[in-house]
Design a protein around this ligand. Sequence first.
Ligand SMILES: *Cc1c(COP(=O)(O)O)cnc(C)c1O
Length: 405
Amino acid sequence: MDTRDPGYFLGLDDTWCAHNYHPLPVVVASAEGAWVTDVAGHRYLDMLAGYSALNFGHRHPDLIAATIEQLGRVTLTSRAFHHDQLGLFCQELAELTGTDMVLPMNSGAEAVESAIKVARKWAYRVKGVPENRAQIITAGGNFHGRTISIVSFSDDPVATADYGPFTPGFVAVKYGDAEALQSAISADTAAVLLEPIQGEAGVLVPPPGYLAEVRRLCDEHDVLLIADEIQSGLGRTGELLALDHDGVRADLYTLGKALGGGILPVSAVVGRRDVLGVLTPGSHGSTFGGNPLSCAVGRAVVALLRTGEMQQRARELGAHLHARLGELVGHGVAEVRGRGLWAGVELSPEIGLGRPVSEELARRGVLVKETHDTTLRFAPPLVITRDEVDTAVDTLAAVLQEIRG
Ligand SMILES: *Cc1c(COP(=O)(O)O)cnc(C)c1O
């Protein structure tokens, strides 16, 4: 056993862990800010940031301090009792997001499941949809998590194969097409569930005006708009919420990933009081949702976002990242999409698959991950510096140059 040999750990993972991921062969042992160090002592620039779970970088000092302080007090009560972090967390998150109420959960998928339950209950209790008829409209290419109900409206064959029978009550329409959405709305429609920018699909930004038109259609037909901002929210795009770029408000937002500061799984549904208010004691719950430690970490995350500094970094450095990546179009890159410190880099056909590119980038000390075969996703921590952005893009340019010969 050589604990400085990555191969040792790759072997353990291969033998003992279910094979539901295909990670790059990098074995991280420690991390700080935008950098991780592997077991052999090699350093890597983390340009993925846990798919936005690490928006504030690894081990942000404010978040670590809040965690340690809460560890010295109380970590879990269950919701059978009150505790002194829950109400403050909910108030601070609601005020930050300009919403009325917060339902704390743990994983992103749980937040989405919870929003679906709330929307259905609202449809029956408030809108007056006949029992068991509520429909939720989703978008093609969506990613909202991995539960049975959520994969029931996924159109990714890898995510759905062999998992049927699926949950009914969902209709899918083409993402970015407001007319398709309008045609799908019926008297039984409870909600439209959308990512304002589709992350897993390859950082797809919908056409201008689309999200405002979705909002208008929802208002016209008494349908809830649920924005899944688990990946797009909390600073990533240069605004607190991706919908803010369009001046659009959702009725419910799902938040997750960065809400836990890269420390714990913390998620939430936030939104209108008359919608979340349909929940009554016993009708929904979670043992760990809203626990003191999660709330303390969540409050520290809210405090980091309240100053707007992180959003500003994402805006300014994001503009730089997009400008630099844009220079590679025609040099191994077909297209760059995204907003803020979030970019989907579509590789040219001459480059081939993204996997060997991300493997070569890792060998050169830059961590990104391919999504779908030919897209590389860049989502660095918002604490990254301009020089570090340049390092990552220069390394990508060199790798693409070498492949093109
Ligand atoms: C990651 C993600 C989820 C699921 O979050 P988990 O914490 O992995 O369950 C849901 N929606 C979006 C948009 C995501 O990016």
